[in-house]
Design a protein around this ligand. Structure first.
Ligand code: HEC
Length: 459
């Protein structure tokens, strides 16, 4: 029960609020919302890592002058929760990199726009955040590919480029970011760890005109596609291969320190968890180039690594789980595809990524535990190709050996999908973005402690 007197005071305060809202406020009234005092801190914390000069967002929100013309659009974007971007269903899982604004922050921005976007007192403005040029992390080491020329007007091209780390001891990577040399041509880039003695063989394989081609695949230029006559399996869970090509299975292990995808930010793993790059390893940069400019463009893509500064307890790796055999009919606005994968060992779950192309509509992954319990672990209800986030759990948890991961995706190959390159085509797996993929990636750690010696923190 709220005492009567307090209720009266609250009512009185509410009335004052009404008056103030009607434009009665004085310049120093506590109700006034100003850019310098109230709005800038929100933008600095939540927006400017993308909304600053030469970054991925179309406009800077670093200063009052930059921000003022966008005030209405900003209000709209935050009220509708379009910005900051985030596509995981907040009712499923708690994520440490969830950037969504609080209701109070949204109300502040809303109030600022409604009350005339005032700048306020210069002394209220906190110092603007600073960033190392280009990076969103502060790398200890940067490894860069040799300059690569992407021919003007070239179609999609997957290049495999190997860069020696020259590490003389094992290194533990806590955070990493892949920075495209030229965003106009780097469509995506995956950086994985590879042993030095495997590089020559890989390079030889990749240089073959029929690299990756088997009875299910063919190649045009430097990209792979699924053959039209490959078996069709939309419901991967109904097949012994889980949706993977026969005999290959739907999931495989990969060690991926960093990836650049549309809308994907630097990955920072929770304290105590890190990825091992063994001494002497190479990094494989798989770069998907796509040059729509008429000119040759030179690229030097890099990865920045932040080493673990505290003892590492658990080593990180990733399962990449796919359906590679689906067929999305033309004009189908809601085509269902599933994949199934049974975990071959106990894992501690750290993060999830959903990967589809322009026709991707939604994706849900459910864990079926060995004891029969079902639990939805990730739900991306409105997938957007432009925003391929990796969702890092606040609380890591164990998925025991034998847990079945069932991923269900829906694709929209209709006219209603504004991003659809061509609704008249039947679509199968393919590396170019105008074909499709259906992937769920599980970043996990070994639940066992890494041995004490290896766990010594590195400078
Ligand atoms: C992860 C990077 C990122 C973050 C964080 C981010 N934005 Fe954006 N924002 C973008 C990109 C890229 C676009 C353009 C593409 C799009 O609209 O999806 C955009 C578009 C916008 C637009 C639409 C512009 C238009 O054309 O109408 C507004 C407004 C906006 N952002 C405001 C904000 C605000 C306010 C925040 C913080 C509360 C924020 N953004 C956080 C990357 C980001």
């Amino acid at each position: 029960m709220v005492p009567r007197r307090i209720v009266l005071v609250l009512v009185a305060v509410a009335f004052c609020g009404l008056f103030l809202g009607a434009g009665q406020e004085t310049p120093n009234s506590p109700k006034e919302v100003t850019y310098n005092r109230d709005v800038a801190p929100i933008l600095y914390k939540n927006c400017v890592k993308c909304h600053r000069p030469n970054d991925i967002a179309p406009m800077s929100l670093m200063t009052y002058k930059d921000t003022r013309p966008w005030a209405r659009a900003i209000r709209e974007a935050v009220v509708q929760r379009k910005m900051p971007p985030w596509h995981a269903d907040p009712k499923v899982g708690d994520f440490m990199n969830d950037p969504r604004l609080t209701d109070e922050e949204i109300a502040t921005i809303d109030g600022w726009v409604r009350t005339g976007t005032k700048e306020g007192d210069a002394k209220d403005l906190p110092p603007a955040p600073t960033f190392p040029e280009g990076w969103h992390i502060k790398p200890d080491v940067v490894l860069t590919i040799p300059e690569f020329t992407v021919t003007g007007g070239s179609q999609d091209d997957y290049e495999y480029i190997y860069v020696p780390t020259n590490f003389t001891e094992d290194k533990w990577v806590q955070a990493a970011e892949v920075l495209p040399g030229d965003r106009r041509v780097v469509h995506h880039a995956t950086v994985s760890v590879i042993a030095a003695d495997k590089v020559a063989k890989k390079e030889e394989e990749n240089s073959k005109a029929d690299a990756g081609v088997d009875k299910y695949h063919y190649r045009t230029g430097k990209v792979l596609h699924l053959r039209k006559d490959a078996p069709v399996v939309d419901d991967g869970c109904s097949s012994p291969d889980g949706g993977g090509v026969p005999g290959k299975g739907s999931g495989y292990l990969n060690i991926v320190p960093g990836i650049y995808l549309p809308g994907h930010l630097a990955e920072t793993r929770p304290p105590g968890y890190a990825l091992r790059i063994p001494a002497g390893s190479y990094l494989q940069f798989q770069v998907h180039y796509s040059n729509h400019t008429g000119d040759d463009v030179k690229d030097r893509t890099s990865i920045g690594l932040v080493f673990a500064k505290e003892p590492v307890k658990h080593e990180i790796a990733q399962y990449e789980i796919w359906n590679d055999l689906f067929l999305i009919p033309p004009n189908d606005g809601n085509h269902r595809v599933t994949s199934c994968y049974t975990l071959p060992k106990d894992v501690t779950v750290l993060a999830y990524t959903s990967h589809m192309h322009f026709r991707g509509k939604s994706m849900t992954t459910e864990a079926i535990y060995p004891d029969g319990r079902h639990e939805v672990i990730l739900n991306v209800p409105h997938y957007d190709f432009r925003w391929q986030e990796t969702y890092f759990l606040k609380n890591q948890f164990l998925l025991p050996k034998g847990t079945k991961l069932v991923t269900t995706a829906y694709f929209d190959n209709s006219f209603d999908n504004a991003q659809n390159p061509d609704p008249s085509k039947a679509i199968r797996w393919g590396e170019p973005s105008d074909e499709e993929m259906m992937g769920f990636w599980l970043q996990f750690a070994d639940p066992k402690l890494v041995d004490e010696k290896a766990a010594v923190a590195q400078k």
